[in-house]
Write a protein that binds this ligand. Sequence first.
Ligand SMILES: [Zn+2]
Length: 282
Amino acid sequence: MLAKRLPTILPTLSPAESIETTRIYSAMGRLAPGQPIMARRPFRSPHHTISEAGLVGGGSTPTPGEISLSHNGVLFLDELPEFNRRTLEVLRQPLEDRVVTISRALNSTTFPADFMLVAALNPCPCGYRGDPRRSCQCTPPQVEKYLNKISGPLLDRIDIHIEVPAVPFQELSSGASGTSSQDMREQVSAARRLQAERFHGLTTRYNAQMTTRQIRRFCPLDKECAQLLKDSVNELGLSARAHDKVLRVARTIADLAAAAEIAPVHIQEAVNYRMLDRQFWT
Ligand SMILES: [Zn+2]
């Protein structure tokens, strides 16, 4: 449910983004009759039985896959460990480059693939691990085998890992309303405006796209923040890539709070989102 709501809090498609996404759908004959352009961010959720070509693109005449249909939108992979491991591994290159290149003997074709990846997985094969109301029957080796289906390098490329505990039925049915999507979208748009000013004149559009050099320039840390980050990296054994991700996410948390400088509390929150690096299953 959270994943499906994500496009509702993202900024509306800019005219340039709308054209990019429309070109892909048009080329694939996926525009509905009477629908001249893609006005909303796409949300794609392919089944875990999808082939490698279906996900990233392929075929003798290269055709875009789900990652290109998700361009400027969200790609949601539910039950991540059920996907073919090899199929997931081919996501690594487009996640880094935001385009996918399909090579053939005589030529290669590049398709846009700038999507937000959202993936969900259970804490164990039965799904009840850590649930106070039901007991989990899985053995530690079963849990390890299940979670090991996701490779470290793929996890490393995911910015935010978060545990979503089961919501008690009373809370679901209480009718209490939280922050509306409309309010959240305004917060997100305000943060994006700060980023547009920050990256004015650069090809980088938002924090997630910052290069290591840009991180050094745009995410200066005071002594306390630098020490906190250093300690966290050592304690959690974070990779260089995860270190940079913590800084990009901390910058975004600071932007959402309209804070000019990254503060220790922003670093702490960003580090907390590296949950799977901490191997929460051990
Ligand atoms: Zn279990």
